[in-house]
Design a protein around this ligand. Structure first.
Ligand code: ADP
Ligand code: MG
Length: 681
């Protein structure tokens, strides 16, 4: 007997193995859970004269003649006769192998499956599925499953392999009777038999319905595998020790005492949760989610205080130079007066300065702020106890891991301003504890959003001029050009020139991704100091930038941006005490989705609500993006439609890991098997 869950490699030729691997099929288990896309009813033969046009039917025909034609396009045109009635039917193939052509020669008896329609010569089928049969060959009794396949792998061959796996493989359940009863799900074996070989008489329509209990079981299992894998990783990290960052809280109290504001209730709750985590002998794995402007930075700074007071170092990594520098300046202003030594690392540092900073990181620096430069090999921390990652979704899994590796299993705080709906968070961030800042600091004036057709650009320019006259500042965001960075740059340059010409009395600045880091910094510093009135910018300012006096934002070609991007951009204004505005310029004509998107951003200011509607518009795959997590895409379950499964799967996952770890392993092998390496985070 093989060990429970051991993967059984496929006993097939090398050539076949390669083809199957293209479909991700490497083991018997993989074959088992390779499920039909749909079914076809080959249990009956319909006389061509009775075939309802446009509906899939099976005919039995005898080939009368076949020839390759070249006009109007190359095709194999087969003239066939209904084997029962003798009526003519034409079969057309626009691509075909020589072997297929040979099968379609005169006298061949075929069963063809497809839709009949009225063609030039009468009834015809385009690209039917076909196979040669003997006279009086018996009809199958059950529906025919149609599996996803790949070039050179005949559907019938794949069907046979899967049928064999269904006979041979281990179908024992990974869920107990109680759980199945409670969830109203069929056994794994019953679900798979049903889906691969539906019993005779099952209507095709019922099977395509994704909510059939057999499909529900499959989806549940899949979501469960994801939960098991991530929760197991979470538990494994907990087993590794971490420094207990115990502190009396003096540094944090002094920082709080110097702030011009008090914490919001949500911030206080987050601070408490994090403080408790840090004092534990195992590493914190926490995600701090909060809408743009909810005040995550101070929460992170207070966490850093605890690490520092406990005698450890904290690292603070941000995805862009602009953002990292801004954090650096803010943290320096907050903490240096309290005697905290702060180091700064970015890719743009000159060699000598870099060497100096590296030496400080390896010695006296208590807080290290920077970009990806923090995870370069040359960086050696003296005693890293807490790793903070801002805008964590901008980093890859490996980068977050690399920062962690800079210490002996430090605590980890990740931050994100991309609010995502709860079920998505539970699924994608199942290996983290999640804290949500669900409250904005008081005194924020809601941003007034206007939608303006770009035919009225001149009015908007005049509006900007008036705004600046009142002593305030504005952002002007250039259109997003995803296809070409060069074009994006050119557009930014042109926008800058046009605005400079239109507003000769104003001081206009330009910042984009291709500027040298020190140029970027100088421009941002000038804007923050009020020496620039209008900052023309590409989306480099999307994340985290904080200039309270800038309370107007114009976004050109708003229809080209994603919703979360617009929300993030808009979050750059509305930080000061005066009323803020965001003007979304759009070009006519708008597509229907663009119209819907702009409507959502116009009507909503709450990031979670925008995210929820965005999810509805786009579906989760595109929404979260594979880069955001190590989670492989779910094949069968749909996190929006099947959201109710996530809670249940989380509970079952915890129970299995506690009470039946060997069944948990078996479930993981079955569902993730060779794919599990994708999940490592
Ligand atoms: P984000 O969550 O988007 O990172 P920030 O941490 O940049 O938000 O905070 C946005 C602005 O709000 C900053 O200027 C910050 O100093 C300020 N802020 C943070 N917390 C509060 C608070 N409780 N009361 C008033 N202002 C606050
Ligand atoms: Mg931030």
């Amino acid at each position: 007997m093989t060990q429970a869950g051991a993967a059984i490699p496929l006993q097939v030729s090398d050539a076949l193995q390669k083809k199957l691997a293209k479909l991700g099929l490497r083991t018997e288990d993989d074959l088992l859970i390779h499920l039909p896309l749909r079914y076809e009813d080959e249990t009956r033969i319909t006389p061509v004269g009775d075939a309802p046009w446009g509906e899939p039917v099976q005919l039995e025909v005898v080939v009368a003649s076949s020839e390759v034609q070249f006009r109007p396009r190359r095709q194999l045109l087969v003239r066939a006769r209904d084997a029962g009635t003798g009526d003519d039917v034409w079969l057309r193939f626009f691509s075909f192998y020589p072997s297929q052509r040979a099968m379609l020669s005169e006298g061949a008896r075929l069963r063809v499956f497809g839709e009949v329609r009225g063609g030039f010569f009468g009834a015809e089928m385009v690209h039917p599925r076909f196979r040669t049969v003997a006279q009086d060959e018996p009809l199958p009794t059950g529906l025919t499953p149609i599996y996803p396949t790949t070039a050179g792998l005949a559907p019938a061959a794949l069907r046979k392999l899967i049928a064999r796996a269904l006979d041979k493989a281990d179908l024992s359940d990974t869920l107990d009777q109680d759980t199945l009863g409670h969830l109203g799900l069929p056994s794994f074996a019953a679900a798979l038999h049903f889906l691969h070989a539906p019993p005779p008489g099952t209507p095709v329509a019922g099977l395509q319905e994704g909510s059939h209990p057999a499909w529900r079981r499959v989806k549940f299992d899949e979501v469960l595998a994801q939960q098991l894998s991530l929760r197991r990783a979470y538990r494994a990290r907990r087993e590794q020790g971490a420094p207990e960052l115990k502190a009396r809280g003096e540094l944090a109290a002094r920082l709080l005492g110097n702030l011009p504001f008090g914490l919001t209730g949500a911030q206080r709750r987050a601070v408490d949760e994090i403080a408790a985590d840090l004092a534990q002998p195992y590493p914190m794995q926490r995600l701090l989610q909060g809408d743009v402007g909810s005040g995550k930075t101070i929460v992170a700074a207070l966490a850093a205080c605890q690490a520092i007071e406990a005698g450890w170092q904290a690292a603070f990594m941000a995805p862009t130079e602009i953002l990292a520098e801004q954090h650096y300046l803010k943290l320096k202003a907050w903490l240096e007066p309290l005697g905290v030594a702060i180091a700064w690392l970015s890719g743009s540092l000159k060699t000598a300065a870099k060497r100096e900073q590296l030496a400080r990181v390896a010695a006296e620096a208590r807080l290290v702020v920077g970009t990806h430069a923090l995870i370069q090999e040359t960086v050696d921390f003296a005693r890293l106890g807490l790793a903070i990652v801002d805008e964590q979704h901008r980093f890859g899994v490996e980068q977050r891991l690399a920062l962690r590796k800079k210490g002996a299993n430090p605590h980890q705080l990740m931050m994100s301003a991309t609010p995502i709906p709860r079920t998505l968070a539970m699924s994608y961030y199942a290996d983290l504890d999640v804290t949500v800042l669900d409250e904005l600091p008081p005194g924020r004036t809601p941003v007034r959003t206007r939608l303006v057709s770009d035919a009225r650009r001149d009015d908007v320019v005049a509006f900007v001029a008036k705004y600046v006259e009142e002593g305030r500042q504005a952002y002007w965001v250039c259109p997003l050009i995803e296809e070409s960075e060069a074009l994006q740059l050119q557009t930014a340059q042109e926008t800058f020139e046009h605005l400079s010409a239109d507003l000769p009395r104003l001081r206009i600045g330009l910042v984009h991704g291709r500027l040298k880091a020190d140029e970027k910094q100088a421009t941002m510093a000038a804007f923050a100091a009020g020496d620039i009135d209008v900052l023309v910018a590409t989306t480099v300012i999307e994340v985290g930038v904080d200039v309270p006096n800038a309370s107007l934002m114009v976004i050109e070609h708003a229809e080209r941006f994603g919703l979360s991007q617009l929300h993030q951009l808009r979050g750059r204004v509305g930080r000061g005490s005066h009323g803020s505005s965001c003007v979304l310029l759009y070009a006519q004509p708008l597509s229907e989705t663009a119209r819907q998107r702009l409507k959502i951003i116009y009507e909503n200011t709450d990031g979670f609500e925008i995210a929820r509607q965005d999810l509805q518009l786009r579906g989760p795959g595109e929404f979260v993006g594979s880069r955001q997590s190590g989670v492989p895409l779910l094949r069968y379950a749909d996190l929006e439609r099947d959201a109710d499964l996530v809670d249940a799967a989380r509970q079952v996952a915890e129970k299995l890991l506690d009470q039946a770890p060997e069944r948990a392993e078996r479930h993981l092998k079955r569902w993730l098997g060779s794919r599990e390496e994708l999940l490592k985070s």
